[in-house]
Ligand binder design. Structure first.
Ligand SMILES: [Zn+2]
Length: 214
């Protein structure tokens, strides 16, 4: 593997790419590396327990690399205290089964940091699709939360100013739902950090081995 795509919603067929495909409790195919979780948009009160049970069954699979995406979203209509409850249950599963967390976070970064401080998890947390400002990035990293960057890095000028100043040891890349190739994200990262592509490739690989224990 050359390029690591830590969060995608499509199955990769490219041979230089290792990707973690996002799955849901309704998914049926777990034959490729995946993460699984209850997304805050799709919480329905009466199926939570069944879904958590199903997730827990999948977590023991060799192909399961992480739990998520799960998290907190202040823009969705799902009740925020219910989101918190479901997120905390997934944090517990992450700790119990020693799988990192892939986090969806919209306007709830302080809550994520607060939970990290309270729970002091052993597993790593990765905020996916990061596209916020330098201060939020530093706050998360100061609390040892990793950031995964996707298509925003190609387009968002502010993010392009922030990104080169962040420690690469807390960085991952992803394609999420976009059509871009993961290599495009590596290329723009290389360009913005004014470094060699090998350095980016090797550091991300190193991060991956450290955090996913593979
Ligand atoms: Zn996603």
């Amino acid at each position: 593997m050359l390029f690591i795509d830590v969060h995608t919603h499509s199955s990769s067929t490219q041979k230089d790419v290792f990707s973690i495909e996002n799955k849901y409790p309704s998914s049926t195919d777990f034959s490729q590396p995946f993460s699984i979780g209850i997304h805050p948009w799709y919480i329905t009160q009466n199926t939570i327990q069944d879904e958590l049970n199903f997730i827990e069954q999948q977590l023991v699979s060799e192909n399961c690399y992480a739990i998520g995406e799960c998290g907190l979203d202040k823009v969705t209509e799902v009740d925020f205290s219910l989101q918190l409850e479901v997120f905390k249950q997934q944090i517990q599963l992450s700790e119990k089964h020693k799988k990192p967390l892939i986090i969806h976070c919209v306007k709830a970064f302080q809550e994520i940091i607060q939970l990290k401080k309270e729970i002091k998890p052993k597993q790593s947390w990765i905020v996916h699709g990061f596209n916020k400002n330098h201060q939020i990035a530093l706050d998360l990293i100061r609390h040892e939360i990793c950031l995964s960057f996707g298509r925003s890095l190609l387009k968002n000028k502010k993010l392009q100013e922030t990104f080169p100043k962040l420690p690469l040891a807390f960085v991952f890349f992803e394609t999420d739902t976009s059509e871009e190739h993961i290599e495009d994200i590596y290329n723009i990262a290389t360009e913005q950090r004014k470094t060699k592509k090998e350095e980016i490739i090797n550091t991300i690989k190193h991060n991956f081995n450290r955090i996913f224990k593979r």
